[in-house]
Each structure stands twice: as structure tokens, then as C-alpha cells.
Design a protein around this ligand. Structure first.
Ligand code: EPU
Length: 421
């Protein structure tokens, strides 16, 4: 397993090109199952989760071809299997996103039920509830969700909680269903809007995406389309936390600041200078950060996927920050590791109280999930001395060439390749 070695203390200066959003690309790749025509995508990030999804789709018969960097075509004209096996689903929960498209286009799907997850239970009951309401016959057998429906029928679905991939699965299913589907309590994340915009280009009839009430009038078939994946707001936010912690002046290119309001507000409150244009963000920092408390909620509030990174910034801030995680029940795994670097953090249930200290000290730490890994990188950049981050395969699932991008802006960060044997 590869590890990262960071020598902290360098200020960050220069340009970073932000990649396409992982969490927009994953459902969009699965949307290729909805048509026999070709989808031509640009701004596709090169990530482990993307290659896992392509592997999953390929074993169903979906052809893929990379063109220039970040350009990908997909064609599902010859689907031969309607199954998502455990071996792939267990490594990536987003595999559940094939359920809606397979059922809608082929009337059948067999998708392994995702198991436990490091950050919380993450059940998929709402995906199943919604598809059942649309007339699907769904059973759980031998660890698989087995779903059948002649043709899904539009109806009104109100999920018990706001779910991102649940909304995406139901949106894709409803695009090919008979009649009108209304998704109430829908997620409003920019990644949902991006998926809806792709589906509309494919011929879907969708209104209200980006709000909590999405209305979909099903069509008989969808066709091919071209689409550019929206910028990754979490990657951009992570780099801004890095400059907030390490100091310096960076310019993020190909970013989407209009999707980042809550994060930019908090960084500004922490003392990071923020300037934005339509597709760029400049972040500069010349002082010790100020502590900023926050609570994670669904979009447009502060995202859970930025909680660990902003916590890392708070560990060296002036003051005390109270952080409440409302989305996942176990998303404080980075706290133990940050404490190994000297951070002063108390946890009580879903609340973390972070008392800022002047400086972290480098240590050997272990990445436990994707965003926890990013928080350790930020901490390592700001710490005195050397930080070794083990198990960085988590980072590779969701950040494209993170250490390369950080090196170009002056960070002292090296990947040590380790033979899996
Ligand atoms: N939930 C249920 N039942 C369901 C669905 C969700 O109880 O059927 C609960 C979850 O357990 C959780 C809450 O509802 O407590 C919200 O979960 P949601 O379904 O919104 O999460 P997700 O769709 O599984 C996506 C992102 C996550 C991100 C969350 C929240 C993708 C592929 N994943 O997950 O991204 O944290 O939304 O915004 O889009 C990441 O990128 O690091 C990551 C974990």
C-alpha cells in the first residue's frame, strides 16, 4: 500500500486545475445504461472509483473508451449481464447506482446489497422504497437486491430523509418510467443538477432539479448525448483548507464557486482571503486561522464531505470551534489521527469540540476514509516536521493526483510506492 510523506511548513503558491466531480461522474457513468446510444463525456476525473465503475459497467457489457485525458465515451448497446457482483459493490457503495437504470431499461436487476461502511450504516432502504412505489417487485435474497418490473410507473415518492444517491437512482429510473414521477424531499446537491442536465440532453423531461421537488415525465427511450462533468466542489474546498492551514496564495482554475457558498463563507470567516470569478477561486492566507464552528447538513448547507478538512484547519486556529456532524453517525475517524499530531479535540456523540493549538507536530498517521485522508494531508502540510500517511488508497478513490497538484504549488509531499506483496 502506498504512503505519503509530507514535510510541513511550506507555504502554497500557484495554480491548481480542479478536476471533474467524482460524485457527479459516478451516477453519470451509470446513466449510460439508460440508452443504446453513445454518451460522450468530458472533464471525467481519473480516479479509482471511476475505474471501479467502468469495470462494473464493462462486466455488464458496456463499452468504454478514453480519448484525450478526461474524455470518455460509453456505449451500452450490448448489455449482457444485469448483475452488480459483491466483489465490486463491497469496494464502492456507489455501485448501487446501476439499480435504477437497469430496472428502468431492462425490467430487471440483481445488485449486491452494500455492506457496512467506515463512516456510517448507510442503508439503501429509500432507494428500494422508491422503486417499489414505482411498481417494482424487490426482494433481498442471498445478499442481493433482486428487482423486477415490466415498466416502472410514475408516482409521488417522498423519501424519509434527503438522500443523494437515492435521489439519483430514482431520477434515472423515472426518466424511462410510464407517466409522471414526483420526487419530494429530493436532494439538491449540484451533482444531482449535473445528472439531471445530462438526462435532459438524452431526451428526459425533468423539471425542478436543484430544488427539493423534482418532476419527471417519463419517456419511452433516451438517446446519446455529450456532457462536461461539473467541477469538484469538494476537491476545490480541500485545496482552500490546505492554503488556509499552510498559508500562501493559490488560484483554483476550472472551479465552480457558485456550488460552494457555505464552504467559501466558512473559509472567509476563518480569515482566508477569497476572490471568485465564474470558474476560478483565489484563496490567500497570511495569518493564523480563526476558529470556525459549523454543522453539516444537506446542500446548500455545509457539506459532510468537507467536515474533516475544515476540522483540520481548526486544529491550529485561534480559538475553539464546535463542529456537529449531522449526516453520518461515524464520521469522526480522523480525530484519533489528528490527536496523534497534537490536536486538542473532544468528541461527544455527533459533536466535536476543537481547541486550536499554535502548531501540530508531524507523526505517522493512518487514513481511514476518503475525506479523513484529505484532512490528514492538510494537517501534515501545516505541521512541523514530517508526517507519514499510511493507507492512502482511500485518497486515490476521490482525489486526482493530489500529491502532484500539491507539489506544483510548493508542498513538500512524496508518494512512496509499496508493492502490495
Ligand atoms: N440513508 C438511509 N437510507 C437510504 C439512503 C440514505 O438511511 O436509503 C441515510 C444515510 O445512512 C445517511 C443519510 O441518509 O445517514 C444521507 O446519505 P446519502 O444517501 O445522501 O449518501 P450517499 O448518497 O450514500 C453521497 C456521496 C457521499 C456524501 C453523501 C452526503 C456519492 C457517490 N456519495 O452518498 O460522498 O458524503 O452523499 O452528501 O455521491 C465522499 O465523496 O466522500 C462521500 C462519502
Amino acid at each position: 500500500m502506498d504512503k505519503l510523506i509530507i514535510t510541513g511548513g511550506n507555504r502554497l503558491h500557484g495554480d491548481v486545475v480542479i478536476s471533474g466531480a467524482k460524485n457527479a461522474a459516478l451516477p453519470i457513468l451509470c446513466a449510460s445504461l439508460l440508452t443504446a446510444d453513445t454518451l460522450a463525456l468530458t472533464n471525467v476525473p481519473s480516479l479509482k472509483d471511476i475505474s471501479t465503475t467502468l469495470k462494473l459497467l464493462a462486466q455488464m457489457g458496456v463499452q468504454n473508451q478514453w480519448g484525450n485525458p478526461a474524455e470518455l465515451t460509453l456505449n451500452a448497446a450490448n448489455v449482457t449481464s444485469l448483475e452488480a457482483p459483491y466483489e465490486l459493490v463491497k469496494t464502492m457503495r456507489a455501485s448501487i447506482l446501476v439499480l435504477g437504470p437497469l430496472l428502468a431499461r431492462f425490467g430487471e436487476a440483481r445488485v449486491s446489497l452494500p455492506g457496512g461502511c467506515a463512516i456510517g450504516q448507510r442503508p439503501v432502504d429509500q432507494h428500494i422504497k422508491g422503486l417499489t412505489a414505482m411498481g417494482a417487485d424487490i426482494r433481498i435474497e442471498h445478499g442481493f437486491v433482486i428487482a423486477r418490473a415490466k415498466r416502472l410507473k410514475g408516482t409521488t415518492i417522498r423519501t424519509d430523509m434527503v438522500t443523494v444517491t437515492g435521489t439519483e437512482n430514482l431520477l434515472m429510473a423515472a426518466a424511462l418510467a410510464e407517466g409522471r414521477t414526483i420526487l419530494e424531499n429530493a436532494a439538491r446537491e449540484p451533482e444531482i443538477t449535473d445528472l439531471a442536465e445530462l438526462l435532459i440532453k438524452m431526451g428526459a423531461r425533468i423539471q425542478g432539479h436543484g430544488t427539493d421537488r423534482i418532476v419527471i415525465d417519463g419517456v419511452e427511450r433516451l438517446h446519446g448525448a455529450e456532457h462536461c462533468i461539473v467541477a469538484d466542489r469538494i476537491e476545490a474546498g480541500t485545496f482552500l483548507c490546505a492554503v488556509g492551514a499552510a498559508g500562501g496564495d493559490i488560484m483554483l482554475r476550472n472551479a465552480a464557486p457558485d456550488t460552494m457558498g457555505a464552504v467559501l463563507d466558512k473559509l472567509h470567516e476563518a480569515g482566508v482571503g477569497i476572490e471568485c470569478g465564474p470558474d476560478w477561486i483565489r484563496g490567500h492566507m497570511n495569518q493564523r486561522p480563526k476558529a470556525v464552528g459549523f454543522r453539516t447538513y444537506e446542500y446548500p448547507a455545509f457539506p459532510t464531505d468537507m467536515q474533516a478538512q475544515l476540522m483540520a484547519l481548526n486544529t491550529i486556529a485561534d480559538g475553539t470551534a464546535v463542529i456537529v456532524e449531522n449526516i453520518f453517525e461515524n464520521r469522526f475517524m480522523h480525530v484519533q489521527e489528528l490527536r496523534r499530531m497534537g490536536a486538542n479535540i473532544d468528541i461527544d456523540g455527533h459533536t466535536a469540540v476543537v481547541k486550536g493549538i499554535p502548531e501540530l507536530s508531524g507523526a505517522t498517521v493512518m487514513a481511514t476514509d476518503l475525506r479523513a485522508s484529505a484532512s490528514l494531508v492538510i494537517a501534515g502540510l501545516a505541521a512541523s516536521g514530517q508526517t507519514t500517511i499510511e493507507r492512502i488508497y482511500h485518497l486515490d478513490r476521490g482525489y486526482e493526483h493530489m500529491e502532484v497538484k500539491l507539489r506544483t504549488i510548493g508542498a513538500d509531499i512524496q508518494r512512496i510506492k509499496q508493492d502490495p506483496a
